[in-house]
Design a protein around this ligand. Sequence first.
Ligand SMILES: NC(=O)c1ccc[n+]([C@@H]2O[C@H](COP(=O)([O-])OP(=O)(O)OC[C@H]3O[C@@H](n4cnc5c(N)ncnc54)[C@H](OP(=O)(O)O)[C@@H]3O)[C@@H](O)[C@H]2O)c1
Length: 296
Amino acid sequence: MKRINEEQPGWSVLLRADPFLTRLAFGLLRPKHKILGADVAGRVDAVGGNVTQFRPGDEVFGDLSGCGFGGFAEYVCASEDALALKPANTSFEEAAAVPSAAATALQGLRDRGQIQQGRTVLVNGASGGVGTFAVQIAKSFGAEVTGVCSTSKMDMVRSIGADQVIDYTREDFTKNGRRYDLIFAANGNQPISAYKRALSPEGTYVMSGGSGAQMFQAMLLGPMISMTGNKKMGNLLKKPNKKDLALLREFLEAGKITPVIDRTYPLAEVPEAIGYLENGHARGKVVITVPGEGAR
Ligand SMILES: NC(=O)c1ccc[n+]([C@@H]2O[C@H](COP(=O)([O-])OP(=O)(O)OC[C@H]3O[C@@H](n4cnc5c(N)ncnc54)[C@H](OP(=O)(O)O)[C@@H]3O)[C@@H](O)[C@H]2O)c1
């Protein structure tokens, strides 16, 4: 399949094996997956004998993190279960920006967060790759959404549907006295005690991204805090699956989500793309383009 590829900071974790424990899952002495890159969009070039869902020429998108990665390349060999037909109203660049980040937001809000209509949801890191999808998906569930980002991104976060926007450079949402039914931490570091303070009495905190310390607090302390009161706290590890990819396709078709793309880089500049992401201030997603794909 010839394709366009998307990148996210998760890859720099795999790329650098930082935190060190990453090696337990992705290769102790050398990387298990030599070519990184999970999210792809492109045209099917050829299919294997057992493939029933796709034909050569089909335009598809998907997440290869469950079937060996390898996205940073002109062609990739993928399991058909990792792919779905690309929506006709979505360009290759847009489609490539969706699978991992939007599935993380979807699973965090819906599965771990039990999001419900009318509830108050705060998205920390609302202006990044995961956060821009989280704001839109939370709105599509009928929640009242507050996004947290820096000054220059406030208008963008409002434009994708946030009802309120908090500038973290001027206001600490954990100290302003407001409480939220669901806090989704796509990014932005606060100690778990601060997140707990900002939750309503039966609120839920879901951590999907941030620093190593934030991750370990959510993984280790979250379950203990959840046992001692009515607040639920924990982390999320996105699991790629066909059902959610199909739902995200529906969201794209219905205009419930529109990828926010900060910039694109050609395949030869993957290191520059990762360097840009590692600064931690992308405005939505960064996309890698592959020559000759004819992206719109
Ligand atoms: N759990 C999973 O399965 C899973 C899946 C995918 C990704 N992730 C992780 O999720 C994290 C986010 O990914 P991403 O693609 O959204 O990253 P990203 O695009 O690099 O996110 C950067 C965003 O975070 C914001 N930010 C930085 N410092 C902040 C702060 N103190 N408070 C609030 N926002 C802040 C930045 O906003 P400003 O520019 O406005 O500062 C920027 O827009 C990463 O750590 C990634 O590894 C986890």
